[in-house]
Design a protein around this ligand. Structure first.
Ligand code: ADQ
Length: 460
């Protein structure tokens, strides 16, 4: 059986305690055949030279972890720069937030070359290589240039925008051409796949060979949609473990008289947090029966704090929360509890389970796993309601959620009110369908489907 090599910007040690659904799924796959996980160590080497980075190899059971350090300059240009100031905003349709600094691309390319060079020293002839996410788009092209002939697949965790948005990136042709060095390119949704197909035909004159196979630049690539799921069983087990039950009981005790609404995400402008707070404000104005009753707990974990757009967002949110709490709050009731921190993963299911309504309202999201975790954590006999943005990849699957347009403040407020008022029978029926869906298309299904397609991708 071929060995699996996973490459991602960050690497998780699969022998450590649960680090999240994706880490679990990839860890499982790596364990099954023995494997290699390759990526950035997370360390910034002081005084290191650009394009250079020491390789660290360690064994975790039958999985080899191989990581590379980056120097300050490469971290700034590759990670903070090109990946998170160009690709992240543009792929989330936010041209207004993109910073097309001419210096970034060199570092992005340099780090991908460094990864390729170091990875080449670790590869075996029959390896199957699975590359993850926007940080590493040109990795296969760099590997091919160094003589790598192994099968290579790529999965994009974030959305792929339509052609006119993508074409705003000065290096868009180079980036999309690089995708043709892979044997399989996977997206989260059919919509992303359609954007890819339209782009390559319009901009690269690709020939459509049918079944999402495209030929351009003398290469053929197979594309596909592989919506990522969560490990439902792992999450259900977490829900019934002590930490989650303690969290549930504690919150029930503290907020027993209130109707709890919950938002959980990384603090990121793609997640639509200011729009959500305004919709909650509109709910309190339009439906005053919620005063002294509805409480929004918003947890936003710190993310990319060394970037200005993220600190601006934090300030905006703190301002909005202060204004809403100041306008509507009472001595014994604060409408919003805003926490800028992480919740321990083992406590998260308890928080999901105590909420009457989850607000998952990104302006754009590749998939959104919080929506799926919320469903998995509910009590089927008395489930909470999911209010979900139509612009999350998950909306294509989770049709029984209350789908909203997060830019429509009043419409979102109405949907929240409907969620708060929803009769038990309707909640149960919707939840049952949602649960079936995330169970059928869970993270193991996603991984198997991708790896099977990669194994079958014809190579020319
Ligand atoms: P993210 O943008 O990080 O992922 P998401 O899919 O929701 O978004 O995953 C976040 C994960 O982090 C979840 O497992 C969640 O429980 C956890 N998390 C978030 N905030 C937390 C907090 N405050 N405390 C504790 N845990 C928290 C990217 C893409 C998504 C895509 C995933 C997977 O942006 O669109 O769904 O990758 O492909």
């Amino acid at each position: 059986m071929a060995r699996l090599v996973v490459v991602s910007n960050r690497v998780a040690d699969p022998s450590q305690a649960v680090a999240g659904g994706l880490a679990v799924a990839l860890g499982d796959a790596l364990h099954a055949t023995g494997g290699l996980w390759f990526g950035w160590s997370g360390a910034i080497a002081e005084g290191g030279a650009p394009g250079e980075g020491a390789l660290h190899v360690q064994q975790a059971g039958n999985v080899t972890l191989a990581t590379v350090d980056l120097c300050e300059q490469d971290h700034a240009g590759y990670y903070l720069g090109y990946s998170n100031s160009v690709l992240w905003p543009v792929f989330h349709y936010r041209l207004d937030l993109a910073r097309f600094d001419a210096g970034y691309i060199g570092a992005y390319r340099r780090v991908n070359q460094l990864f390729a060079r170091q990875l080449m020293t670790q590869l075996l002839p029959d390896d199957i290589i699975w590359v993850h996410d926007y940080h590493l788009i040109p990795l296969a092209a760099e590997l091919r240039a160094m003589g790598c002939t192994q099968r290579i697949g790529f999965f994009l965790h974030i959305p792929l925008p339509p052609q006119p948005v993508l074409a705003a990136i000065p290096q868009h042709e180079w980036l999309m051409r690089a995708l043709f060095a892979y044997d399989l390119v996977g997206f989260q949704t059919e919509a992303d796949l359609l954007h890819f197909s339209r782009y390559v035909q319009a901009e690269a004159g690709a020939e459509d060979l049918g079944q999402h196979r495209f030929r351009a630049f003398s290469r053929t690539v197979q594309a596909g949609a592989f919506p990522i799921g969560i490990d439902v069983d792992e999450f259900a087990a977490l829900t019934h473990a002590k930490s989650a039950i303690d969290m549930y009981k504690h919150m029930k005790h503290e907020y027993g008289r209130r109707k709890l609404l919950l938002g959980v995400e990384r603090l990121d402008y793609s997640k639509g947090l200011p729009q959500r707070l305004r919709a909650f404000q509109a709910l309190l104005k339009k439906y005053p029966e919620n005063l002294r009753s509805a409480t929004l707990i918003q947890v936003a974990s710190p993310s990319r704090e060394d970037m200005g757009t993220y600190t601006d967002l934090l300030q905006e949110l703190e301002g909005l929360c202060g204004a809403i709490n100041g306008d509507f709050g009472e001595l014994d009731w604060m409408p919003i509890r805003f926490m800028h921190r992480n919740v321990a993963r083992e406590c998260l299911p308890g928080l999901y389970r105590v909420a009457r309504v989850a607000l998952v309202t990104p302006l754009r999201d590749g998939m959104n796993l919080v929506a799926k975790e919320f469903i998995a954590a509910q009590d089927p006999a008395d489930p909470g309601v999911l209010v979900l943005s139509r612009f999350a990849g998950a909306a294509a699957q989770l049709k029984e959620a209350l789908l909203v347009n997060p830019y429509d403040t009043d419409g979102t407020a109405d949907a929240i009110q409907r969620a708060l008022q929803m009769p038990l029978q309707e909640r149960q029926a919707r939840h049952q369908k949602l649960l079936e869906n995330i169970r059928t298309q869970d993270v193991h299904w996603w991984r198997k489907k991708f790896l099977q397609a990669l194994g079958e991708a014809g190579r020319t």
